[in-house]
Design a protein around this ligand. Structure first.
Ligand code: HXC
Length: 267
């Protein structure tokens, strides 16, 4: 389904993003994943490549999305090796719990720089290649040539304690995606957001939840569906948005949280 497509993914060493890329690679795509930690990124790239014989999965470490030139160098390397880019996943993120009065200006800025500025840098570095892929598209009426997924969150829908920095950054990410959808849709590039909630086995869950929550196996009243999410539920959504089934979806925010963000605050 995704034969000859290339996905470029930041934060590709993380649990959610690596599963998203792995799902696409298993369906025929090749991939370039970038991350800060070189060893982790290379190991994950190798693991993803083992999903399908003959796949090409490039891992590029030592990339900090806060630096545009670092990302541009990674994109150049991706193009040299894999020739083009059709899909981009903006997965790099930083997160920790902190009350506003304990959050230094630099801590707030660090998260905004990784999540929002990093997304802008990724866009800046990859959009010429997505536009090229879209221009080469031989079936523009149906199949969209270039596709983007920003990974966001739900914190900014309602506001949330101890996550003011992340909520602020992710509100910007959603706004960036909406602007991209309008600006580049006419050129054959779609842009959508996936907003995962509590997904089992992820670093986000590790950082933001208690041990008790993680080990209980049940989300209780925190999630209307009564359980935390699965990584596969996020990668399935990714395949949907990047496939023909998602052709007409542009400027959307797809929340995958079992309905949790709609709950009123519980005691
Ligand atoms: C308060 C903190 C802090 C904490 C760091 N800082 N951790 N402040 N509480 N727990 C402050 C530091 O003191 C410093 O401010 C500033 O943040 C920058 O920290 P550094 O360590 O110098 O920066 P850096 O190494 O670049 O680290 C970036 C980071 C870190 C964002 C702070 O957490 C990180 O690298 N995270 C990457 C991985 C990650 O978070 N993945 C989870 C994504 S999950 P001062 O003032 O001292 O200089 C996710 C969840 C999705 O996004 C939603 C699920 C529901």
């Amino acid at each position: 389904m995704h034969a000859n497509k290339v996905v470029f993914c930041t934060g590709g060493g993380g649990t959610i993003c690596s599963a998203q890329v792995q799902a696409l690679v298993s369906l025929g795509a090749n991939a370039c994943i970038v991350g800060r930690n070189e060893e982790k990124t290379n190991n994950v790239a190798e693991k993803i490549a083992s999903t399908r014989n003959g796949s090409h999965v490039l891992g590029i470490g030592n990339i900090d999305v806060r630096k545009l030139d670092s990302l541009q160098a990674a994109v150049r390397q991706c193009i040299q090796t894999l020739e083009h880019i059709n899909y981009v996943i903006y997965g790099a993120a930083g997160n920790f719990l902190a009350p506003i009065d304990k959050l230094s200006a630099n801590a707030f800025k660090s998260v905004v720089d990784i999540d929002l500025l990093g997304s802008y840098h990724t866009l800046k570095a990859t959009i010429p290649h997505l536009l090229e892929s879209a221009a080469r598209n031989t079936n523009p009426g149906r199949t969209i040539g270039g596709r983007i997924i920003f990974i966001s969150a739900t914190f900014h829908f309602t506001g949330v304690p101890f996550q003011a920095h992340v909520a602020s950054a992710k509100a910007g990410v959603d706004a960036l995606s909406a602007s991209v959808a309008l600006e580049y849709g006419p050129h054959g590039v779609t842009s959508n957001v996936i907003s995962p909630g509590c997904i089992q086995g992820t670093e986000g869950m590790e950082r933001l939840s208690s041990k008790e929550m993680r080990e209980s196996g049940s989300a209780g009243r925190d999630v209307p569906l009564g359980r935390y999410g699965l990584v596969k539920e996020v990668s399935d959504a990714t395949v949907y948005l990047f496939s023909e089934t998602g052709n007409y979806v542009n400027g959307h925010v797809l929340v995958i949280d079992g309905g949790a963000w709609r709950l009123p605050g519980l005691d």
